[in-house]
Design a binder for this molecule. Structure first.
Ligand SMILES: Nc1nc2c(ncn2[C@@H]2O[C@H](COP(=O)(O)OP(=O)(O)OP(=O)(O)O)[C@@H](O)[C@H]2O)c(=O)[nH]1
Length: 402
């Protein structure tokens, strides 16, 4: 009987345990399912929104009234942001007399030369030591050895003949001798007109080492020509640096001149050819071609510039080849000048940055070196700071005269 009771108790306990396990297992399952559903909702909601969630999203979006909702056509017609206005075409100032107007730029940096010479010449005794100092002053201003010796010899002779010397006498002597050195009678015309009765634009090639102010000078020269009433096409044959073409184009746009350019790294000769063709087709007066001047090898430069010139000449002669030199580079500029002169026939020199140096004597030295006149000078970064070179105004600026 005891055994029967014991079996019955065990059976009841076992039953209770089994039913308890089943209930807690169900509860756990339900809880896990709930958690994972939550997690799924968080992880996947943005990618796979459920209908309910979409509805909730819509409900939360700011509501607009029917008046506020424009019809598609109305929205399309809404005023767009204003397009950047084309810059107005500028009217450059006339080139005539610019050197006189910009004279202060020259005299500020150059007057040490003229004033130094004048004060030395005013000494009571012009002994050998003083003449040596005069020589040194000229050499420091980059006049060059041979021209310096010539100047000193002639001055010595004239001072000796003169006997008595007033400050006016000395100023007059110095002015005359410096002027002779600079060359008052050289032809400094920039040839921008076609030779002969051919119906094509004048062609000007602008060459020089990068950084000397070549592109800027091409742009400024374009302005000088536009100021004189000529129509101009610019050729960006410096394809080495895309920014150079952009820079030139900006110069052109300012005065309404078209710029012909090619792909970066493209063939400079083909851009130059296209520019002349464009100028001819458009009936332009002048085509100005900016070239690249990388001096890493002379052969490379020779090949490139030589080709540009040859290709342009298929359409007619080049009327002017301007070499741009940075006046602040002194003797280095002369070395560059020599290399370029071997590569192309230079017909004129542009000396830039004369506003930033006291070495204006480079005008004399470079003319001697190449046998070619300085035709234009750069006297600042401003758009109209390029002036035709006038020997008298230049010498007057040096010695601070009228
Ligand atoms: N002070 C002064 N700066 C000048 C003059 N001419 C040019 N510059 C400046 O010299 C810098 C070089 O001029 P660029 O025209 O870019 O020289 P670049 O020879 O064409 O050189 P790439 O563009 O590299 O081919 C610029 O900052 C010019 O504004 C000048 O007469 N006076």
């Amino acid at each position: 009987m005891d055994i029967v009771i014991l079996v019955a108790v065990i059976a009841v306990v076992a039953l209770a345990a089994i039913s308890g396990l089943v209930v807690s297992g169900r509860k756990k399952k339900a809880a896990t399912a709930g958690k994972s559903a939550d997690a799924r909702a968080t992880a996947t909601a943005p990618a796979e929104p459920h209908v309910g969630e979409e509805a909730a999203g819509t409900a939360e979006a700011p509501r607009r009234t029917i008046e506020e909702v424009g019809l598609p056509a109305t929205e399309a017609e809404a005023p767009a942001a204003p397009a950047p206005a084309e810059p107005a075409i500028e009217t450059p100032e006339p080139a005539e007399g610019r050197l006189v107007r910009l004279r202060s730029r020259l005299s500020r940096s150059q007057s040490s030369l003229g004033q130094g010479l004048l004060s030395l010449l005013s000494r009571e005794h012009l002994d050998d030591a003083t003449w040596e100092e005069i020589e040194d002053t000229l050499l420091t201003a980059d006049v060059g050895v041979a021209p310096t010796q010539e100047l000193v010899e002639r001055l010595r002779e004239r001072v000796r003949v003169l006997g008595t010397r007033t400050p006016e006498d000395l100023r007059g002597l110095l002015r005359a001798e410096l002027l002779t050195l600079v060359g008052p009678d050289l032809d400094r015309t920039v040839h921008t007109e076609t030779r002969g009765a051919v119906d094509r634009p004048g062609v000007v090639l602008v060459v020089g080492v990068n950084g000397t102010g070549k592109t800027t000078t091409t742009g400024k020269l374009g302005r000088v020509l536009v100021a004189d009433g000529r129509s101009v096409v610019l050729g960006a044959a410096d394809t080495f640096r895309a920014a150079a073409a952009d820079q030139l184009q900006t110069w052109g746009k300012r005065v309404g001149a078209r710029t012909v350019r090619g792909p970066e790294g493209g063939d400079p000769a083909s851009v130059a050819f296209d520019a002349v063709k464009e100028g001819t087709d458009a009936g332009a007066d002048v085509v100005l071609i900016d070239t690249a001047g990388r001096l890493h090898t002379k052969t490379g430069l020779m090949d490139e510039l030589g080709k540009v010139k040859r290709v342009v000449e298929k359409q007619g002669p080049v009327d002017e080849v301007l070499l741009v030199l940075d006046a602040t580079t002194g003797q280095n500029g002369l070395v560059q000048a020599r290399v370029f002169a071997e590569v192309v026939d230079i017909t004129g020199i542009v000396l830039t940055k004369l506003d930033g140096t006291a070495k204006g004597g480079i005008v004399v030295a470079v003319q001697r070196e190449l046998g070619v006149p300085v035709k234009l000078v750069g006297l600042g970064e401003g758009a109209d700071d390029l002036a035709p070179f006038e020997p008298e105004a230049f010498v007057d600026a040096l010695i601070g005269g009228e």
